[in-house]
Design a protein around this ligand. Structure first.
Ligand code: SF4
Ligand code: SF4
Length: 163
């Protein structure tokens, strides 16, 4: 399943992204939740009914991309920090990525930060578009960044050290 680093492989990622046609229509959720664990806040927090954890709570969640609006509510509710929201329609050359972010301090809107891949390697720069700070104890802060479109499926974290 995972490679030896524990990072999802390209084959695994192919299974969880919507069709190219859907990707062109607007924001969508990417659930990088591959392990069978007893968990379903993604399902209970989605008011659009877009997430199904079929029959057994240990099953991995399935997203109905025709129902998913890319609202991002599930991002802050997922204890596994497994969900991101991608919007490839943001501009001609850039996509936005909303990611959960547990570190402090939070970045500022407009700040240029390091764009990190799943393994934590710096692969470019990103601009912070939105910062959502959650005061609820069981919810996670979320950061939206803009990156070059071809990095939309690569960038999954940020670093504040490289400004
Ligand atoms: S982004 Fe919104 S609509 Fe899509 S799965 Fe998450 S909560 Fe549901
Ligand atoms: S809330 Fe997160 S960790 Fe839990 S099942 Fe959903 S995607 Fe997986």
């Amino acid at each position: 399943m995972f490679d030896k680093t524990g990072v999802a492989t390209p084959e695994m990622l192919k299974e969880i992204v919507p069709s190219e046609e859907r990707r062109k229509r607007g924001p969508y959720a990417v659930f990088e939740c591959f392990q069978k664990i007893p968990c379903n806040p993604c399902q209970t927090s989605c008011k659009f009914g877009a997430v199904a954890v079929f029959q057994d709570i240990n099953n991995t969640p399935q997203v109905d991309f025709e129902k998913c609006t890319g609202c991002g509510v599930c991002v802050s509710n997922c204890p596994g920090l497994a969900i991101s929201i991608i919007d490839e329609t943001y501009s001609e050359n850039e996509a936005t990525i909303k990611i959960p972010y547990e570190l402090l301090p939070l970045p500022m809107v407009g700040q240029v930060v390091d764009a990190l891949d799943r393994e934590g390697q710096v692969i470019g720069k990103a601009q912070v578009i939105k910062v959502q700070s959650s005061k609820a104890l069981n919810k996670t802060n979320a950061i939206t960044i803009a990156v070059p479109k071809d990095q939309a499926m690569l960038v999954r974290n940020i670093g504040l050290g490289g400004n």
